[in-house]
Design a binder for this molecule. Sequence first.
Ligand code: 5GP
Ligand code: MG
Length: 185
Amino acid sequence: MKTLLTETDLKKGISKMAAQIEEAYAGRQLTIVGILTGSIVLMADLIRLIELPTRVGVIEASSYRGATTERGELTINSELLIDIEGRDVLLVDDIFDTGHTITRVIQKLEELGPTSVKSAVLLHKRERQEVEYTPDYAAFHIPNEFVVGYGLDYEDMYRNLPFLAVLEDSDLKKHADLVGQKSQA
Ligand code: 5GP
Ligand code: MG
């Protein structure tokens, strides 16, 4: 695996982003909403760095991809979401790639009557952006490579890596062997 951002890099970038958010919302209460599942690691760190009265919620977004690499249908599930009416919402996701996920989730949140909705992402792949919208906060800009770790997965694995990495061919081979393994009853 090729490391793109070390644990130390991540810590620095996230602390900087947290400080910007804290300054922007100083004296206010914040409702931080994480998009499941990729945002969970960033959420855990970010909410502990932002020293403001904060409510925490989650929303689910999943896109089902078919056999091709084409974008699948995006499904948004707000059943788990806390009440955001009249609140300043900060939406958090792992990565802004084409931008379709965040913009669609924001549309959904807007229907629920928040006072404001801003967004914060760990990573922004600027080359891939397909929408007009740009996230309000991004800790890092990265090139167009498929990354895993720190919440980001490949077939539901690698989210637990404390660093950010690019999978190489040798990793994909190992992955193919690992992914089919289930524990024996
Ligand atoms: P968008 O809708 O902005 O194109 O994509 C956002 C979602 O695509 C992210 O929440 C993430 O699930 C997935 N994604 C995009 N790029 C990557 C990547 O490089 N690695 C991983 N693991 N997921 C990615
Ligand atoms: Mg995701």
